[in-house]
Design a protein around this ligand. Structure first.
Ligand code: AP5
Length: 209
């Protein structure tokens, strides 16, 4: 069935029929989502899709839509659901025939995003939720700001990103609590990854990936 996302028509049937594992990776700004996703891809070979990266590619394309998205990201706010889900669906469809499963980094950031994803695309298999204090996240992002060149890696926008995160994340975790694995991500990346391996290895025993 064709579904309308951000005014484009997509046939999402291949995604629904693929029955591939879908892992959502959640956590505040600078909680280490991207860092751990690189490790997960290296071990398990999933297709890594970061909504932040997809949005930044759209901005770099120079499209009118990209300019509007950039202005929202500079404010540390959430871009509209249709825009982010449209980019995500497009990227998933492009990879569905070769993928071993999808590692979706930075989505859903509010409950509506999660509910719409499951309604239109497919059920999520497991959620990895990284828990880190705002102080640690701020420290990491200010350090990264020295080299990242990101429009949102500055003190003022980091504060807004943390506010946005604290406003919207709790309902997502509560609603999907039965599939959510919360991980203490204050630690060294190698220690954090050991917990992730424990979650994914037990899932692999059930799902056979
Ligand atoms: P996005 O690009 O997703 O940014 P974010 O969520 O703020 O997260 P980051 O990419 O900054 O951090 P990360 O958790 O991946 O940490 P990383 O591994 O890089 O989103 C940007 C914007 O796009 C949003 O604000 C919003 O406007 C928009 N957007 C995106 N998705 C959206 C959605 N679904 N809906 C609506 N809008 C959306 O690590 C950070 C730093 O810490 C690095 O320097 C790293 O080396 C270091 N580090 C990582 N782990 C550790 C560790 N364990 N110990 C010490 N240092 C560490």
């Amino acid at each position: 069935m064709a579904t309308q996302l951000e005014r484009k028509e997509y046939d999402l049937t291949p995604l629904r029929e693929s029955k591939l594992p879908i892992i959502w990776v959640l956590g505040g700004p600078g909680s280490g989502k991207g860092t751990q996703c690189d490790k997960i891809v290296a071990k398990y070979g999933f297709t890594h899709l970061s909504t932040g990266d997809l949005l930044r590619s759209e901005v770099q394309s120079g499209s009118g839509r990209g300019q509007k998205l950039n202005a929202i990201m500079e404010q540390g706010e959430l871009v509209p659901l249709d825009a982010v889900l449209g980019l995500l669906a497009e990227a998933m469809l492009a990879n569905v025939t070769s993928s071993k499963g999808f590692l979706i980094d930075g989505y859903p950031r509010e409950l509506e995003q999660g509910l719409t994803f499951e309604k239109q695309i497919s059920e999520c298999t497991i959620i990895l939720n990284f828990e880190v204090s705002p102080e640690t996240m701020t420290k990491r992002l200010l350090h990264r700001a020295q080299t990242s060149g990101r429009v949102d890696d500055n003190e003022e926008t980091i504060k807004k990103r943390l506010d946005t995160f604290s406003k919207h994340s709790k309902p997502v975790i509560e609603h999907f609590s039965n599939k959510c694995k919360t991980i203490n991500a204050e630690r060294d990346p190698t220690e954090i990854f050991k917990d992730i391996e424990a979650c994914l290895d037990s899932l692999a025993n059930i799902n056979g990936f």
